[in-house]
Design a protein around this ligand. Sequence first.
Ligand SMILES: *[C@@H]1O[C@H](CO)[C@@H](O)[C@H](O)[C@H]1NC(C)=O
Ligand SMILES: *[C@@H]1O[C@H](CO)[C@@H](O)[C@H](O)[C@H]1NC(C)=O
Ligand SMILES: *[C@@H]1O[C@H](CO)[C@@H](O)[C@H](O)[C@H]1NC(C)=O
Ligand SMILES: *[C@@H]1O[C@H](CO)[C@@H](O)[C@H](O)[C@H]1NC(C)=O
Ligand SMILES: *[C@@H]1O[C@H](CO)[C@@H](O)[C@H](O)[C@H]1NC(C)=O
Ligand SMILES: *[C@@H]1O[C@H](CO)[C@@H](O)[C@H](O)[C@H]1NC(C)=O
Ligand SMILES: *[C@@H]1O[C@H](CO)[C@@H](O)[C@H](O)[C@H]1NC(C)=O
Ligand SMILES: *[C@@H]1O[C@H](CO)[C@@H](O)[C@H](O)[C@H]1NC(C)=O
Length: 518
Amino acid sequence: MDPDQRTGPVHVLLGCFLCLCSLSSAERLCTVPPGPVSVPENNTADVEVVTISSISDVSLTVSVNPEDLFYLRGNALMVKKGLDFESLSSAALVVWVQCSREGSSSVNESVEVLVENVNDNPPNFAQNHFTLEVNELTAVNSSVGLIEATDVDSEPLYYRLESATDKYFRLENINSPRILVKSVLDYDAVQKISLVLHVRDTFNGSTSDEPFFTSVASITVLVKDVDNRPPWFQPCLRTNLGIAKLCVSAGYRGRVNLTEKEEGPLILEPGPVFAKDGDKNRSEQISYRILRGNEGNIFQIDEETGNISMTKAADIVGPITLTVLASQVTNRDQFAVTQVTMEVMKKSRNPPRFEKERYEGFIYSNSVPESMILRDRSTNRPFRVRARDEDFAGGLNPDMKYEVQYSSYVNVTSDGFVILKRVVKTESFALQLRAVDSTTGEFGTAALSVQVIPAVAIPSDSSIGYRPGDMALLGLIMAALLVLCLIVIGFLISRLFKGNAGMDKICEVSFLSLWSFW
Ligand SMILES: *[C@@H]1O[C@H](CO)[C@@H](O)[C@H](O)[C@H]1NC(C)=O
Ligand SMILES: *[C@@H]1O[C@H](CO)[C@@H](O)[C@H](O)[C@H]1NC(C)=O
Ligand SMILES: *[C@@H]1O[C@H](CO)[C@@H](O)[C@H](O)[C@H]1NC(C)=O
Ligand SMILES: *[C@@H]1O[C@H](CO)[C@@H](O)[C@H](O)[C@H]1NC(C)=O
Ligand SMILES: *[C@@H]1O[C@H](CO)[C@@H](O)[C@H](O)[C@H]1NC(C)=O
Ligand SMILES: *[C@@H]1O[C@H](CO)[C@@H](O)[C@H](O)[C@H]1NC(C)=O
Ligand SMILES: *[C@@H]1O[C@H](CO)[C@@H](O)[C@H](O)[C@H]1NC(C)=O
Ligand SMILES: *[C@@H]1O[C@H](CO)[C@@H](O)[C@H](O)[C@H]1NC(C)=O
């Protein structure tokens, strides 16, 4: 066999191998380092991404240039400008570089560029200012609103609520800007609350010096008055019952004359029947009605104004008590009840009259305030005036009051005693007393002149003898001593009869015992 012929297949194999090698070396005109290349966004312009190595005489061109961001400077693949992760459709950009050489077919090499996200955008609220509304009495932990910021490159965001009084609201948690009620609101106490919501795109507590951004929105929360209070008759006395507020009317009083029908609204004390909504910023329409006590329909009430007038004359003396209801027209469950007491008066024919026109009283010049004016010089009996009203049986008008006029020295009690108000510095003074029928205003007057008499030594309490207890004790001691004396005397007499002692001794002993007694 021809050795050349035998080696023929080997040559072919070798030739093929060489051929393959030359083919592959022809294709490897350029070499790109393996794996994707990372470029952080917000880089400066003209940053090198990667250097492509190539054999000599190879020319490189960018054949696929995503978003026209890349160019070649020699063998270096460069980024033209700062990359913006947020505006790219894909974070992975594939750049193709065509390598070509005279006489060889060109090859395309790909470079995968991964754009890294960097925190370069601030969080944003949709508005600088938000307005929220919340009903008063909204339950604790209820949501008032959710005010979120958006940040294109950061998740999650960190929120913080700032307020002048952090009493009323809080955030659901640091990452959830849901504003929750912290304590129950009362419209009467607070109508408007200003809050400032801060957001930050990194955790505040972290010590790293990563860049971060913040943003702020102001929030106004308007508290709305809900219809939680009934009408309140005016005037009324406010009281608190826990967090509830009440206002209680003491009722109204009026007066009509027996067998006389008054025309027009009756004048009442302390004012006309009037109720207003207990909710401060609600003026619910209120209607009035007499519920009870209007026997014989003597009175009528104006449903809208509350004015009470008469339909006919009252024919029985005495008070008539009307129960009056005020209720909200749109919500009858919100109501209040009060009483209107109408006094039916017999007409007064006589004014009050003092028993005397002129009185005289006395006071010591050293009397202290609250001493009583005295009736005469000799006794310490107090001076007293009385006025009678002949319209009343026994002359006793229960509505009569005494008054002092033209003197600052004294006042008069409802029983007619005249009381010193301050130390007197004159020899006498005069004044006028008035007895006023407070129901009709009719009155009678009397003059009182008071003589100031020289001071007497007012015995002080401590020097006046003994209290009853002391006296009883003293009596007891005296009795005991007497018994003792009698025993001694008896003993001595018995000795005398036995002839051992003389009469002198008896006298001496009894004298001694009496001495000791005192
Ligand atoms: C390289 O890419 C260019 C442009 O897309 C194309 O014209 C050419 O045919 C490609 N060459 C090879 C060998 O794929
Ligand atoms: C790059 O970041 C800075 C702040 O760090 C910012 O002001 C600028 O707008 C950012 N540029 C781009 C292209 O995002
Ligand atoms: C409100 O929520 C907090 C925390 O979730 C809880 O501790 C508290 O008991 C809640 N208060 C009420 C009244 O539900
Ligand atoms: C961050 O924390 C500091 C103190 O640690 C504080 O003064 C500042 O108000 C905080 N800022 C935010 C946005 O939470
Ligand atoms: C009742 O009669 C008196 C005396 O005539 C009068 O002054 C008064 O105004 C009358 N009162 C009423 C409520 O009519
Ligand atoms: C109701 O009475 C008041 C006084 O009590 C008066 O001022 C007002 O005009 C009256 N209203 C009507 C409708 O009569
Ligand atoms: C009361 O309520 C009305 C709307 O009903 C509102 O316009 C007004 O501002 C409120 N007043 C106060 C003092 O809140
Ligand atoms: C006089 O006393 C009455 C009670 O008796 C009292 O209401 C009144 O205020 C007093 N007047 C003066 C001026 O002190």
